[in-house]
Design a protein around this ligand. Sequence first.
Ligand code: Z5A
Length: 211
Amino acid sequence: MRGRFITIEGTEGVGKTTNIEYIKQWLDDHAISYVSTREPGGTPLAEEIRQVLLANREEKVCSKAELLMMFAGRAQHIDQVIEPQLAKGNWVLCDRFTDATYAYQGAGREMGDELIKSLETMVQGAMRPDLTLVLDVPVELGLERAGNRSEPDRFEREKTDFFNRVRQAYLSMATNNPQRYKIIDASQSLEHVQLQIEAALTSFLQKDHNG
Ligand code: Z5A
């Protein structure tokens, strides 16, 4: 049986990395074989593209170049990792995927959805995640949490308005498609966030078993 594709999304500092460790433990506890990966990145070539995308540079990166690099890495990632693993029956847990493109490039950079939709179709065909957890916190809280870390990359230097557009885009995608997305209130304590994640995963697994 084909594996399931789970993605984790959210704005800066929502706790994706922290909670992915929890999800990995949950998958182990349920004896589900999986690979954990991320975007941008996930293969040696796509990780090189990630470096190019995140690097701070004097030259302004035009939005279309940024968008095409996101999808170039994604095409490679799908071809080398995501599709082969799903076909083998393994689950794929991915830190960000195409919803991040709708949120960051579509809404954050104000490129709109049309170009992204056509690239999505070209690169993915009909393939979409089976479950997407959107970790949601007010932008200021996420930035405060993330602020304790190292030197900000090219995205982390964006202003609050940019991240507010990103957050609203995630919330609107999730509200419009509750079958696939679960919004997790990630402003709560880690313990409460993980209880919500556990409930979402359990419900997904039950529905999946019931066909
Ligand atoms: N990007 C894009 O533009 N278009 C695309 O298509 C894709 C990506 C795929 C890199 O992504 C950038 O790429 C990203 C969007 C863009 N830029 N931004 N911003 P990334 O996923 O690698 O980078 P990130 O969003 O900055 O993720 P992160 O740095 O890994 O943050 P996080 O994983 O969400 O947070 P964390 O490291 O788990 O937690 C942050 C801190 O908060 C940490 O100290 C935790 O201990 C703490 N924390 C976490 N949860 C809690 C709770 N519940 N309470 C208290 N403290 C907490």
